[in-house]
Ligand binder design. Sequence first.
Ligand SMILES: [Zn+2]
Length: 309
Amino acid sequence: MPNRRAFVRAVAAGLLLTAMPLAARAQDKLPVVASFSILGDFVREVGGDRVSVTTLVGANGDAHVYSPTPADAKAMAAAKLIVVNGLKFEGWMTRLIKSSGARASIATATAGISPLKGDDDHGKAGHGHDHDVDPHAWQSVSNAKVYVGNIRDALVKADPAGKDSYEAHAARYLAQLDAVDGEIRAAIAHIPADRRKAITSHDAFGYFVKAYGIAFIAPQGVSTEAEASAKDVARIIRQVKAEKVPAVFLENVTNPRLVEQIARESGAKVGGRIYSDALSDAAGPAGTYIQMMKHNISEIEKALAAGPA
Ligand SMILES: [Zn+2]
């Protein structure tokens, strides 16, 4: 009798399993770790139902200065694929890979992108880190398309059975990115040429500047590790006044104090909060990369397009 009951249970369980679509079962999904929220979103877009994504540096988190947790190490050890930005963005990653015993393949999302040089002049005194490249390549949508292509290829390699699915998801998402790129260019065209300049706290928009022709000046360099010096801040205040920079923007990952001070002392207006190095949580205005880029350009256009009221 116990055998028969066990048999019935096993058959029932088997029916249950086959009744569920294969990809819907958590244990069958490809475990992927993404180092920060923007990569996590790309992996979800391309991976769809077939992947289960763990993001290490979450919403509004600063990946420049992150301390990994024991849970991160566990996720790394279980991962089949680890996706990183590269360009020295996640300086803590090398040690985490080693200490977690991770054996997953590692995909560098920026592979193939020509990096911009990091402006390492700001606040350099006293810190020994090397920020000679600018890691914020995702801020240009054409670079984001390179990220997505690299992630698609890495997923196909890690899970060849999902090739058709990954390719279809990626193609659809790449078309959406093209549309966003067009929206950004149209918005920039609405801003008078002499008002295409603004202040942010750290130098996270170099690729945006290069792609879309708008100048961002920042008291902090391409990493948030080094504080801006009083001299840098004074220089920027002079520059804002001399060049009549219309607005300063707060960033989601940095302390607002510095740009608020610059606004106060220069007379530039505070143009809202833009998302540089991390998404907002799902309920916020920048829960996905596409929402983030749309939110940022909408704030930028609002603050810069119109003259003083
Ligand atoms: Zn940054």
